[in-house]
Design a protein around this ligand. Structure first.
Ligand code: THU
Length: 159
């Protein structure tokens, strides 16, 4: 037997430590939460992506009375960005989430399905994605989906 360890790397920043571009993206994700449609969970999630051409696209979670028909903010945003700008890599993705008590105290971790979609986007554009997870206290920066989804299943297994 041998033990296999996979390390992930997370950097924790305060809002003020981030550069202007990242702060702008966080602000866009926070603002997007106002457009969330979450009448069932009351958990409003906003995402914002910065594309290679400098464009910022935002999106939110969209719920449905038939619960599984709804989708997360990350997937709404990535699918829309990739549909509108199919030739533009996603450079950075920022996520913010608000419960009825306000923005979260801990960085918002994307769900498993969204992690898989983030990985696909990264592989599709052959461009590592920077991921900013917002909270009131600290902001996590992950450089690439390998830090969010270690031991991932991607297109390389289908070759
Ligand atoms: N949700 C997101 O939009 N993104 C996440 O990263 C976690 C969860 C949404 C799905 C659902 O509308 C609500 O939050 C509660 O799970």
């Amino acid at each position: 037997m041998k033990e296999v360890k996979i390390e992930i790397n997370i950097r924790s920043y305060s809002y003020d430590e981030l550069d202007e571009k990242d702060r702008q993206l966080i602000d866009a994700a926070k603002e997007a939460t106002l457009r969330s449609y979450a009448p069932y969970s009351r958990f409003a999630v906003g995402a914002a992506v910065l594309l290679e051409n400098g464009k910022i696209i935002t999106g939110t979670n969209q719920e449905n009375a038939a619960y599984p028909s709804g989708t997360c903010a990350e997937r709404t945003t990535l699918f829309y960005a990739n549909s509108e700008y199919p030739d533009q890599a996603v450079v950075t993705l920022a996520i913010a989430a608000k419960s009825p008590d306000g923005f979260l105290e801990r960085p918002i971790p994307p769900c498993g399905s969204c992690r898989q979609v983030l990985l696909e986007t990264e592989q599709r554009y052959k461009h590592p994605m920077r991921i900013l997870l917002y909270s009131k206290n600290e902001i996590y920066l992950l450089q690439g989906t390998k830090n969010l989804l270690p031991l991932s299943f991607g297109s390389e297994f289908l070759k």
